[in-house]
Design a protein around this ligand. Structure first.
Ligand code: AMP
Ligand code: MG
Length: 423
């Protein structure tokens, strides 16, 4: 019997990260950058707001360093609406609208609710007003540059662009941003038992391919571009030919599922040896997903040999492939949330566990995490119920209710969110 200790997770991940080099940058319009990662920081060339403007509908006035007292009466001699271009004010006060440029000579705004109209013009607009409250210099004015100063760093390299960043980029008038090229990935599923087409009836012994659709969708959500996907029989030449097609598509990484364990048809390791791939590890001290294989193909791309069991493959994707995608795109490492366990837990000390889990909110409004029933690697229904992964390191055997555990989102960029309360 082979008693050599299994490679631990941290060492295995270290090997993956050492081989995951940052991809080149390209430029794109900000709207096309959503979901992609900034290759360089964004420094603002302009100020926001671009000019001093009114925070309220009201009246713009001046008055030097002192407040203008309640009870003051002022003539209204002009009007400035949002978009109006007057730069120079005149007289004692102007009517002004929210977002309108504050005419020079005025430095404060009194809201319309705090004035009393003493006289109106022919068109019914105020001509003379009395202030019902004092107004300090700068009151109700949004100063130029108070949100973003010229030259200020507004987004860091490694930021995955979200709609909220788009709001800022649009306001700044940024026309293009440098982003890392999306990692190009191929997915090859192996197994003669697999049926692709949902309308094809299953013959005895057949099952439907559930790994392929899951991996494709999760990879896309994780920021990769799936450029090639196919499913092959348990046949070495067919697998090798599929691998060549994947490589011809120009990929940074190939994911395979199945055929990496100890079974008679588990041919991935031997095909890799034959084509001159450099296998960097095979088997890691984790559950599920122990048979995971990681290799570098002769001409550069990485190969992740994920086990066929659906949850084993999902763990391989989440805890090996996604960190590699982050490294390729220049994102930082993830930090787990730590939440109290709802129930006690027992596990094997020798392995790091990755558990289908559900985060919910208790009566005090705090997040708690429950490890779901059905942790076997063939059981996919609990994954559909899960909204998080609980990770418990090797070395730990028992945990009590209330002990804090590491909690990761379903995907590397998905926050852990509880959708309903604990019953
Ligand atoms: P293997 O790693 O090839 O021995 O497969 C392990 C288990 O996962 C077997 O029960 C397979 O039928 C199942 N399996 C393999 N590939 C897939 C797939 N693409 N979709 C669903 N189940 C799969
Ligand atoms: Mg198989």
């Amino acid at each position: 019997m082979n008693t050599r200790p299994l490679l631990d997770y941290a060492a295995a991940l270290g090997i993956v990260l050492d081989n995951s080099t940052r991809l080149p940058a390209e430029t794109c319009a900000p709207a096309d950058a959503v979901g992609r990662v900034l290759a360089e920081p964004v420094d603002s060339a302009v100020a926001l707001p671009p000019f001093d403007n009114s925070a309220m509908d009201g009246f713009a006035l001046g008055g030097g360093d002192a407040p203008v007292a309640a009870g003051a009466t002022l003539e209204v001699s002009g009007e400035q609406a949002a978009g109006d271009e007057n730069t120079l004010g005149s007289g004692q006060a102007w009517a002004i609208m929210t977002g309108a440029r504050l005419p020079d000579g005025f430095d404060r705004v009194i809201p319309v609710e705090q004035v009393h109209t003493l006289a109106t013009r022919e068109d019914g607009e105020p001509a003379r007003i009395r202030l019902e409250a004092a107004v300090r210099p700068g009151q109700n004015v949004r100063l130029a540059g108070s949100d973003v100063a010229v030259g200020e760093r507004v987004l860091a390299a490694g930021t995955r662009v979200q709609p909220r960043h788009l709001m800022l980029l649009a306001a700044l008038g940024v026309a293009s941003v440098p982003v890392i090229r999306r990692p190009r990935v191929a997915v090859l599923c192996t197994g003669r038992e697999l049926v692709e087409d949902a309308s094809t009836p299953l013959q005895p012994g057949q099952i439907r391919n559930s790994n392929g659709p899951f991996l494709g969708a999760q990879l896309t959500r994780s920021g990769a571009e799936v450029v090639h996907a196919e499913t092959v029989d348990d046949d070495e030449p067919a697998f090798e030919a599929a691998l060549q097609r994947a490589l011809a598509a120009g990929v940074d990484a190939v994911l395979t599922t199945g055929a990496v364990s100890m079974g008679r048809y588990d041919f991935v390791p031997s095909v890799l040896d034959r084509i001159g791939a450099h296998t960097l590890f095979h088997k890691v001290a984790i559950r599920p997903g122990k048979p995971l294989l990681f290799a570098r193909l002769a001409d550069g791309p990485l190969l992740f040999g994920l086990p066929g069991n659906p949850i084993s493959g999902a763990v391989g994707l989440r805890f090996f492939v996604e960190p590699a995608l982050r490294a390729m795109t220049g994102m930082g490492t993830e930090i787990a949330l730590r939440l109290p366990l709802a129930e006690p837990l027992r596990k094997k000390a020798a392995l790091r566990y990755h558990l289908k889990a559900r985060v919910s909110i208790n009566a005090r409004g705090e997040q708690v995490v429950r490890v779901l029933d059905g942790q076997e690697s063939y059981r996919i229904r609990p994954l559909a119920e899960a909204n998080a992964w609980v990770v418990v390191e090797a070395g730990i055997e028992t945990l009590a209710a209330g002990d804090r555990v590491a909690v990761f989102g379903m995907g590397h960029d998905e926050a852990v969110i509880a959708e309903e309360n604990t019953p």
